[in-house]
Design a protein around this ligand. Structure first.
Ligand SMILES: C[S@@+](CC[C@H](N)C(=O)[O-])C[C@H]1O[C@@H](n2cnc3c(N)ncnc32)[C@H](O)[C@@H]1O
Length: 395
């Protein structure tokens, strides 16, 4: 079967984790940019990627490539694509685009041109056409136009893959599911020790950890993808993919996941989300101050995403919280690796522990760091080593 190029988009700062996932799923990484990764495969491969990827946002399947020096040439070349073989005449489609070309300063105009090209071809051939509009829950055509180079893709995801379908109640300042999955991957946790998540908020980190630990496909709860609205959708193939993935999913974890938060409302949201995700029996929830989280003897990771003053909380109060986070990690989490995800470098200095790694992420537009602390269990010498203030060399 011929393979086509597939581009998988991701949020800024996540491409390394997406790369890791694509490679371990057995697909080649042809090119990697900050915006995503190009691989190759069939439409069935695109379905597989949609089902499994934890850190990708959209799986774009390339159907045409041409040059266009302006909107009229774009229209002509879009009209030449055999849309009747791709979109059902009685269906619905929407157009999205990323445009960086001198003749255009309005992507809505480009989207309109593409929509007209598709609709006009249908009308000319059949005297009827599919509906179109802004909704992305059915067929989605994506145009990438840079300079004179146009690439036309089918967005086989439709709604972005960050919408797993379990987060019905977001609570305050939740991390996006794809970002949470990347953070869990960055900690190296894969059911190889306890996963402790104080300040769990709506539970996204703990839930993503549970899904990853079970090897459960990220999108197993979703029942709608862009590819389902294309002509020739292979419903049997999709059912087989899901069946095989379910057969490879583990039923239980070997280690504990503990999630705590001081807010009853947050915990209620987290528990409901975990229930929807089908992992509530694997996460031990408790309402408490983060410092009272009962960290089991042994090893694992402690992952915290405290407020950092951009959207919530006030800096002076947060400084005290960050000092206490340092004390908690130092005193109660020996033998673990500690992680703090934050967007405020000033506050991180208050933690007062030496970082072993600083990993760059973006939470929307906000530049963030995932700070890693090795929390040695043993001797005075290693403890002292631990307590050195943040070294700038670890950036
Ligand atoms: C930025 S939110 C965490 C968001 C979470 N990662 C998610 O995806 O939903 C920070 C959380 O810390 C909790 N929190 C604040 N102070 C706390 C404390 N002293 N002890 C425990 N939790 C606290 C808040 O209730 C809030 O849910």
């Amino acid at each position: 079967m011929t393979k086509d190029r597939i581009f998988i988009t991701c949020s800024r700062g996540i491409d390394a984790y997406l790369d890791q996932e694509i490679s371990s799923t057995g697909f080649p990484v042809l090119t990697r940019t900050k915006a995503g990764i190009e691989t190759e495969g069939t439409m069935k491969d695109a379905m597989t990627l949609n089902l499994h990827l934890r850190t990708g946002l959209r799986v774009l399947f390339l159907i045409a490539e041409f040059s266009a020096d302006g909107p009229e040439e774009l229209y002509r070349k879009m009209t030449a694509i055999p849309w009747e073989d791709i979109l059902p005449a009685d269906g619905y489609f929407s157009i999205t685009s990323t445009v960086d070309t001198p003749t255009i300063d309005n992507t809505r105009y480009v989207n309109q041109k593409c929509k007209d090209a598709i609709a006009d071809r249908f009308v000319k051939m059949f005297n009827r056409r599919p509906d179109s509009g802004p909704d992305r829950d059915r067929a989605v055509v994506h145009l990438h136009w840079q300079g004179e180079d146009c690439k036309v893709y089918l967005d086989t995801s439709g709604e972005p893959l960050s919408r797993r379908g379990y987060r019905k109640i977001p609570f305050k300042a939740p991390l996006q599911e794809t970002l949470s999955a990347a953070v869990v991957m960055a900690t190296g946790w894969h059911d190889n020790g306890s996963f402790i998540n104080p300040m769990c908020g709506s539970g996204t980190l703990a839930i993503e950890a549970a899904l990853l630990g079970l090897h459960r496909p990220a999108a197993i709860l979703r029942n709608n993808f862009g590819f389902m609205h294309l002509k020739g959708f292979d419903a049997g193939g999709w059912a087989d993919l899901r069946k095989n993935a379910k057969a490879e999913t583990r039923n239980r974890l070997n280690n504990r996941i503990i999630a705590t938060d001081i807010s009853a409302e947050a915990l209620e949201a987290a528990q409901k989300n975990a229930q929807t995700a089908g992992v509530e029996h694997l996460v031990e929830f408790r309402k408490c101050d983060f410092a009272d989280t009962a960290v089991p003897e042994g090893n694992g990771v402690v992952v915290m995403n405290p407020e950092y003053g951009e959207r919530l909380g006030r800096i002076a109060e947060l400084e005290k919280v960050y000092v206490r986070i340092g004390d908690f990690l130092k005193q109660k989490c020996r033998g673990y690796r500690g992680y703090v995800f934050t967007g405020n470098p000033e506050l991180t200095r208050k933690i007062g522990l030496r970082t072993s790694r600083k990993m760059l992420f973006f939470n929307g537009p906000i530049e963030c760091r995932l700070l890693e602390y090795e929390l040695y269990g043993g001797s005075k010498r290693t403890k002292e080593n631990n307590e050195r203030p943040d070294s700038e060399d670890a950036k």
